[in-house]
Design a binder for this molecule. Structure first.
Ligand SMILES: [Zn+2]
Ligand SMILES: [Zn+2]
Length: 380
């Protein structure tokens, strides 16, 4: 399939997006009020809306974000196709457009080229950025992994009809066919559910750059926040994510709410995902220690410590930090060596297999000759 992407001119007002994002809450909540006052809201339709919201959240976090934008793991073809399909339920553009924007966000975070820079205000980062087309890096050589993927390209090319089918036709059809609630499917599982899906994703660009702590870096505005994580399918651990964007986890601690991380791990158990990228624990800890050190030192004066006591404490901190870094470096070196050793071990196994294969090939050839001789003897 030849890649010929349509590139809308930069700065064009996106009237369809403006109309949809303005009207969908009115339609969604208006319908909810109508169904509730007339007593026609069915629990089956509500469950459908919830299921679609969950699937859509997965499509965005585990699919669009961690798979296509960051390549934080490798997925089997069926998973990639499913992610592209359920990614449609986010109604946030194709995986290609989404990933290009998101990669730019990481590269230029908080700067002018950041497509949803929080420095332009909460509402700009939340949704106003969508209202005008902006420059995108369409050069295939810069994002070869995306441009090479014919499934990504197919989803991009047929995004609109596919997205309309997934977001509106499908819920209306399911609710209509199975429990006779076509309008509930269309308005509640379609429109209202989309309002929820949209804003829970938009919060990642707005709230997650405003509310929360900065345990890993204060060089950008991204924050860690357990509450926003709950509403953003685990993406609320955004400070960690901006520091270690290729890690498949956002909530790095086992107890941190991160359904995206759990889904990817589950896929790996099912052998449908592999090469889950993880930053070494020592590197994460080191970054955290660096931040903690800065925080502590800035507090010493406030605590009224004497200059002498501060100096002594600073020296102790520096010494301990240096010792940690030294040991962590050696640990990382050993880990890498173990990995290469493992590869070499696999290579040895592979060579043995090759030898065995060659021996079998000879044996098969020999048997074929014997077979031929046998047939010849039988004919004579
Ligand atoms: Zn961000
Ligand atoms: Zn990201």
């Amino acid at each position: 399939m030849k890649l010929a992407v349509k590139r809308p001119p930069v700065g064009r007002t996106q009237w369809v997006s403006i109309a949809f994002l303005s009207l969908s809450p009115v339609i969604g909540f208006g319908s909810l009020a109508y169904f509730m006052t007339t007593g026609t809201l069915t629990s089956a339709t509500l469950v459908l809306a919830l299921v679609i919201a969950t699937v859509a959240g997965m499509g965005t976090t585990a699919g669009y974000h961690r798979l296509f934008s960051h390549r934080s793991y490798e997925a089997a073809l069926p998973v990639r196709i499913v992610m592209l399909l359920i990614g449609l339920l986010g109604l946030q553009g194709s995986a290609l457009e989404w990933s290009l924007d998101h990669r730019t966000h990481h590269k230029f975070v908080d700067r002018d080229k950041d497509p949803y820079s929080i420095t332009k205000g909460f509402w700009f980062a939340h949704m106003l950025w969508i209202f005008k087309t902006r420059a995108r890096d369409w050069r295939p050589s810069h994002n070869a992994d995306l441009f090479r993927d014919k499934f990504v390209f197919f989803q991009h090319r047929y995004f609109m009809p596919l997205a309309i089918a997934a977001n509106f036709v499908l819920p209306a059809a399911i609710a209509g066919i199975f429990w006779g609630d076509i309008w509930g499917g269309f308005l509640i599982a379609g429109f209202l559910r989309l309002v929820f899906t949209h804003h829970s994703t938009f919060f990642i660009n707005s709230l997650c750059h405003i509310a929360g702590s900065q345990p890993y870096s204060d060089k950008h505005t991204a924050r860690d926040n357990a509450i926003t994580a709950f509403f953003t399918w685990g993406e609320g651990y955004h400070n960690f994510h901006h520091e270690f964007a290729n890690d498949y986890r956002n909530g790095v601690r086992w107890y941190q709410y991160d359904p995206g991380k759990w889904a990817i791990k589950l896929l790996s158990y099912l052998r449908l995902a592999s090469n889950l990228k993880r930053v070494p624990d020592t590197t994460i800890k080191q970054r955290r220690m660096q931040m903690q050190k800065g925080e502590l030192l800035s507090k010493l004066e406030k605590w009224g410590w004497t200059e002498e006591r501060q100096q002594l404490f600073r020296a102790q901190l520096d010494e301990t930090f240096a010792a940690f870094r030294r040991r962590a470096t050696v640990m990382n070196e050993i880990r890498n060596r173990m990995k290469t050793d493992a590869v070499q071990a696999t290579q040895r196994r592979f060579e043995l297999m090759q030898e065995r294969y060659a021996r079998l090939q000879d044996a098969v050839e020999e048997t074929a000759i014997q077979w031929k001789l046998l047939r010849r003897r039988a004919r004579s």
